[in-house]
Ligand binder design. Sequence first.
Ligand code: AMP
Length: 446
Amino acid sequence: MVLARGVGTTVKRYFGYNGHTDMARNIQKPRGTQDILPIEQRYWFWIEDNWRKMMLSAGFGRITTPTFEDTNLFTRGVGETTDIVSKEMYSFKDRSDNPLTLRPEGTAGVVRAYIENGMHKDPQPVKLYYFGPMFRYDRPQSGRYREFYQAGVELLGELDPIVDAQIIAIVMKYYTKLGLKDIVVRINSVGDAKSRPKIQRALIDFLSAHRRNLCKDCKRRMTKNPLRVLDCKEKSCQAVAEEAGGVVLDNLNNDSRNYFTKVLEYLDDMRVEYELDPRLVRGLDYYTHTVFEVTTKTGGLSLGAGGRYDGLVELLGGPDTPAVGFAVGVERTIDTLKQQQANVPEPMKPNVFVVQLGDDAKKKAIQVIDRLDNAGYQVAHALGRGSIKSQLRVADRLGTSLAVIIGSQEVHDKSVIIRDLNDRTQESVLDRDMIKAVQRKLKEKK
Ligand code: AMP
């Protein structure tokens, strides 16, 4: 005991820490971030793959913009009094003193790219989609991270209520295709730019009467940007916002009201189930007209959100261009898929497992794997393992139900054994017939 303690002390004094394990324990992922392990990836693949398919078939092209942008893009685009800009941005100066920010959302970057690449000169509308990480210094809790992913869609250059309805219909179809049940889109209108002064005045009147119940931030921003109070996360402000519901809708001008009515009519025609939510305003300043959010019918965190933003392109230096978009919150959508026990397939489940016994068989296995791979099969193996039993255990863990087995006899005979791992039947086939036999066997198993 004494000796052991003495050794430990020396190591500590010499290296300055208690050996490698303690050092490793000290470094952890930053708060609010996640490691997405292989076992989780099928959800991510499912989300991304369906998004890509849905977007491409609806005529949207993929865009990838930088993960960090000039800080001014967000202060100007998202709005200085929003929670995102005032409290949640990861902003820094690089070594040349450029003010940069890890993007907190995707729309501002897409709009910047639209202007910078002259896409406003292309035939309109321009239809884009993206997938990537966003960063917000949010209070981490279940479903709320500091790094999270969004699958987004933006349609620029068209102002028509049918476009708003179409975007909503597409994203609802997407959620349904993923396997989600009991979801609903909650919808509201925050009016066009001309409606805004009247709405703001009415809201300020209302909020002034409830000022003492508002949080410190809202007391400050209430006169500058009263809409922001309605989506404040503080409980006391939420209670006030509950009562304020209706003030926005009641003060829309005629154009905005007509526009909104048409969006709802189109949604009825498209048989999209929605719920009117007069309180919904969304936490970004750029929204005009329609705003919407998808949740399960029992409520809870929003699985995705979007709306129309007719002033943003111009605000960021482009021509006057209407636009509408939506972003799927990937982590929350995955959480809900799990809660609802949706059937999410394993994307890369291998269909053939190659087993080998002995050195010559191992060499032959390399060629067999290559032939199966070239024929389009997903081939798994455990070439580093010796015994059949341990190799088959790997096959079992991967869920593979067909094995191609090679021993020294098979090397000599120029053959392989094809074994059904479920019913344990097997047959020997010549090398040249292997692909055909695997194909037949897999077909039978279907
Ligand atoms: P927003 O960009 O704020 O309109 O958010 C769009 C969607 O992104 C939300 O509906 C959420 O699903 C998701 N989201 C927003 N913030 C977070 C966060 N901190 N952590 C995880 N998901 C988020």
